[in-house]
Every structure is written in structure tokens, then in C-alpha cells.
Design a protein around this ligand. Sequence first.
Ligand code: SF4
Ligand code: SF4
Length: 383
Amino acid sequence: MKTTPVSLHAASSYDPDSLTANLRSLLAPLGGMEAFVHPGDRVLLKPNLLSGKAPEKAVTTHPEIVRAIIHLVQEAGGVVKVGDSPGIGKPEAVAKKCGIWEVIETSGVEFAPFCEFVNVAAGSGTFQHLELARDILDTDVVINLPKLKTHQMMGLTCGVKNLFGAVVGLRKPQLHLQAGTSKATFALMLLELAAHIRPALTIVDAIIGMEGDGPGSGDPIQIGALIAGIEPLAVDTIACELLGVSPDAVWTQKIARERGLFGSVREEIELFGPPPEQLRPPRFTPAHSSDLNFSLPGFLKRPLRRSLTARPVVDNRRCQVCGICIEACPPHAMRIDAHGLQIDEHVCIRCFCCQELCPHAALHTRQGLLLRLAQFLNPPRRS
Ligand code: SF4
Ligand code: SF4
């Protein structure tokens, strides 16, 4: 059977010396950085720059990971750019707040704020084309640097989901809108995006990850691992196993398995390193499930929608009525009136972009009655 290699390595801190040593050990079974980068190659590093939060909040890829990878790429003779398109805010400002700007300046590499885009054909019927950053297409080698976090809509964000940052700025909410309430459609688009970008290497920052209401408002959790591989999907398969999360609870994994995509099952992976359960954190809180994962006829689904799904609710004590979520809401379901922020739940598509981007953690998830009941009767289990 054809297999793809994934390397897993224990790593407990971002201390620069031990981190570089751990990254070398992680990459050794894959042939080291020189197997991916040749002298003179233009190399784009794509960290997670979701929003401008301090590194200890675990929202973005840790700056010391970016620093160490720059060093390894330069050692192999590559010419580095670091780039992403954040969910909200100016890329430079986000990079400054999360500590990556300082790394870029001190390492003397270029920053790519993903302003220009190129239209590329997509394979699915829903998405005819995708607008991808020119920087990510116009390079020799892409190295994907995700942070391992829960994701309210997709279950987890790791190798595949991190590449959504290649979609330039405001096209992201439009893609959410096109997918509507269908998580399967959105997951399929993410898988097509990953297949199109085909990063040469994915290296996951799972030293400190995020649990709970990720990817923007969850809690940091010490996981203590680094994962690397050629296929982002295979890397995510190992990430699920590491956390003990069922692949059915992660939409990109679920859809990839249904479609038989390479790397979505364990048998297709040659794992280097300890068995993932050996590094599994003793406890891990998944994202709140945001809907019941079964099909109902439309005539039942519509009236029961409130009860079957989770929705964002505003915590008025925290909300600063800054309007950032309103700007990001794909179907324009949010507005501010004399009583504060209001959400029209009939318009809301449950994408949780608002929660992802709120800088004040003022949006929580409220699960409907039937959803809570279903989870009480059949609680999510770690695999
Ligand atoms: S919920 Fe958050 S992003 Fe939205 S207006 Fe309030 S503070 Fe701003
Ligand atoms: S209110 Fe929030 S969850 Fe609902 S559509 Fe808008 S951004 Fe998405």
C-alpha cells in the first residue's frame, strides 16, 4: 500500500536552542530541511496569523517556531518570505502583536501581506474558482506552519485549515457565505484548496495548542509535541490521534475519509516517532459541537434549527461594541442598536467567524436543547 511519512516528536518548550534541536530531530526521518529546500529556492512560510494576539494566547503560530524554521531554511540555502492574510486587521499590525514581525525583522527576511490574488479553478460545483494569494503561488516551496487548535465550525484547525489563509482578505467571508450552513461544503473547499497549494512540508506547532472555543477564544493547553509531514491531511490524521479526537468530529477529516482522499486513514501513514497516545494530553476539551451530525428532511430541519444547532450569543459585559464582528459576518446577520450588539439568528449561518475574530472574547456558543440532549445521551469520546 502506498504510504506517506509523518514525523511526531515530543517538545515541551519554545526555548530557542531546544526548539531548533527538536525540529532537526523531527525532520530527520523526512530527510531534513535539505530534502525540501535547495540552494536558491524561494520559500514561503505560512504561519497561522489569525489575529493580533500575544503568543501566550495560542491563537497564532509561536514566533520562536517561525524563527527556528527560518534558520533551518536559510541553512539549506533557501530565500525566505513569511506571509499570511489574517481574518481581520492589517497583516503587519497582526504580525507585530503576535511577535512574528520582530522575528522577520531580526532574521532579515521579507514579509508577504498577501494583497494580490490570482483566480484558480476549483473542482467542486459550489466553488467555481478560488482567489489565492499571488505570493503563495509564485514561489518554489511553501512550508505550512499551523497551530493545533480547536475550531468551532470545523472541529480542529491544523494542516488543511491553516491554508485557508491563502485566500486573500475579504474573499474569506464570501466563501463562508457560498458554503452557507453546510460544513461539508466548506470542508470540501478547504480540501480542494490544500490540494491546489500542495505545500512541500507541513510543520505543526503543537507545543502549546488551544482547547475549547477555538480558534480565537479558546484556552491554551500544553500538548508538548511537534508534527511534520508532506501531506497536510496525513498530518491532521496524526493530530486527531494525538489529541484523541474522533476523525468524524473534524469535518475536513470526515469528508476526506468519505471521499477516500490519500492520507485520511492511519493505514496510509508511515509514522516516525512515538505512538501518538504516548504524547496525548491527559485532558482535552473539544470545541462545542455546533450541530447534530445527521440528516433530517428539510421540513423538520427548518423548524427545529434553533434546537438542533449551536449559535453565537453576545456577552454584553465583555462586548466593547467595536463592530469588528459585524464587518466579518458573511451574511450581515449582526448590527448594533441602542441595546448593544444584536444577532439575527434566522440570517446567521453558524460559521462562527464572529467568535473567531472578536478581540474581547465576547461571543459564546449556546447549544440548542436537542443538541445538548443528544450530547448528554451520547457524549463525545476520545478515540
Ligand atoms: S462581540 Fe466582540 S467584535 Fe463584536 S462588537 Fe462586541 S467586542 Fe466587538
Ligand atoms: S453571526 Fe457569527 S456565526 Fe452567525 S453568520 Fe455572522 S459571523 Fe457567522
